[in-house]
Ligand binder design. Structure first.
Ligand code: ARG
Length: 457
């Protein structure tokens, strides 16, 4: 492509280190879409003839059909998807192909392609996250009143409902989707026409190519246009954040599926066996989702490190932008699908969750609150009295509501029979009616509000 200046070809290693075709061939659809928009604009502006533009457009469609049928040829000598496509086009239509690159550089071309690809990636991930939210809503509704221990420090803290717990993940994913929407909005300006770095002397119409490619407007500064990879980084940070949420959910599934917990039985489809231990049902998919979060964070870090010291405008380092974005995208797509399948098919063992909530003295705060409300104790004193009640129950090996009134009154005689109204785990969750609280009625409300806001009901 630049043979005029060179007497010798590149060394084999130069060719190999320089080539991006092995990975950037993934951009082919977007590269062809960008070229078609560009050539249509060139014709409209009278920069290329209508005849040439028509030949180029038909030729690009033929190239696309080839790629679709046989894949993109990986010719390292041609370096990247842009050159491979231009060469393939020339093979099809002859010298007119050489007019396509008028008023364009690979620098604005690759920025445009990569933005188009990332925009699709955002939409794809958003659809996956939305499906996971649907699943969480369905399971939360089903378990709006299923009591489980709520934990802090992974110690039994206060009873909550499983529905409330699942809705916490719904909220996290809502924020992830918000981040994707923000990234998409900022991404949606078209760099095409920035050319190599300085703009072009041809009378191009950047508004036209921007509109044809579904962008809101052209980018405003040609130097920024070709050196900006914020959009890829914003996507990666949003993906990383989402993967952290999936990883936490996965970790909870690992814990819940363990025998000592026994809160969930993963379906056969989402379990693996052991080659030596016949009894095993391992939560491998959940563990891999947890593991992938680390790799995804690594991809995000990799691109940050690539970009951090680059002078304006384009440097070849920027060719390394694609592999981490592709890798993170593939990993998160799998993770979202896996978590959706796991949540959908999990058999939650409400009986076991309830038993552990009852065993953990999780209503101790309810007793302390009762002493404040009904017996007029200052909270600190109520805390102390309740601590003694817990010690008594522990000594006798019973739950708090397993103590008799006499045993309770032996600790503090201000306690009366009404206290039993608050000692059960059901009473405890039912009382947590503050906005955003775990009471079953609040959980059902949260589910229906979420559905309404999503325009689903
Ligand atoms: N393969 C290159 C990339 O992915 C395309 C841009 C090349 N531009 C250049 N001036 N060498 O970044």
């Amino acid at each position: 492509m630049w043979g005029g200046r060179f007497a010798e070809g590149p060394s084999a290693v130069m060719r190999e280190i320089n080539a991006s075709i092995p990975f950037d061939k993934r951009l082919w659809r977007h590269d062809i879409a960008g070229s078609k928009a560009h050539v249509a604009m060139l014709a409209q502006q009278g920069i290329v003839s209508a005849t040439d533009a028509e030949a180029i457009t038909r030729g690009l469609d033929a190239v696309a059909a080839d790629y679709e049928a046989r894949g993109v040829p990986e010719d390292l000598a041609l370096e990247d998807i842009h050159m491979v496509t231009e060469k393939t086009l020339a093979e099809k239509i002859g010298p007119a192909a050489g007019r396509l690159h008028t008023a364009r550089s690979r620098n604005d071309q690759v920025a445009t392609d990569f933005k188009l690809w990332t925009r699709d990636a955002i939409d794809e991930l958003d659809a996956g996250l939305s499906a996971l939210q649907d699943t969480l809503l369905a399971r939360a509704e089903e378990h709006a009143a299923s009591v489980m221990p709520g934990f802090t420090h992974l110690q039994s803290a206060q009873p909550v409902t499983l529905g409330h717990h699942l809705m916490a993940y719904y909220e996290m994913i809502a924020r992830d989707r918000g981040r994707l929407a923000d990234a998409r909005r900022r991404l949606n300006e078209c760099p095409l026409g920035a050319a190599a770095l300085a703009g072009t002397g041809f009378a191009i119409d950047r508004e036209a190519t921007a509109a044809a490619l579904g962008f809101d407007r052209p980018t405003r500064n040609s130097l920024d246009s070709v050196s900006d990879r914020d959009f890829a980084l914003e996507y990666l940070t949003a993906v990383t954040q989402a993967s952290l949420h999936l990883s936490r959910l996965a970790e909870e599934f690992v814990i819940w599926a363990s025998q000592p917990f026994g809160f969930v039985a993963l379906s056969d489809q989402w379990s693996t066996g052991s080659s030596i231990m016949p009894q095993k049902r391992n939560p491998d998919a959940a563990e891999l989702v947890r593991g992938h979060a680390g790799r995804i964070a690594g991809c995000c870090t990799a691109l940050m490190m690539t970009m951090k010291g680059l002078p304006l405008a384009y440097s070849k380092d920027m060719q390394d932008d694609k592999p981490p974005v592709f890798e993170a995208h593939d990993l998160i797509a799998l993770a979202v699908a896996a978590m959706t399948g796991m949540v959908e098919s999990a058999r939650f063992r409400a009986d076991r969750m309830r038993a552990l909530a009852e065993a953990g003295f999780a209503t101790a705060t309810d007793l302390a609150d009762w002493l404040v409300r009904e017996a007029g104790l200052p909270f600190r004193e109520a805390h102390h009295v309740t601590g003694r009640v817990v010690a008594e129950a522990e000594k006798r090996g019973v739950a708090l509501d397993g103590l008799t009134l006499e045993q309770l009154r032996a600790v503090d005689e201000r306690i009366d029979a009404r206290v039993f109204d608050v000692l059960s785990v059901d009473a405890s969750v039912a009382s947590r009616t503050s906005f955003g609280g775990t009471a079953p009625e609040r959980v059902r409300e949260a589910v229906s509000t979420a559905r309404k806001n999503r325009g689903e009901r």
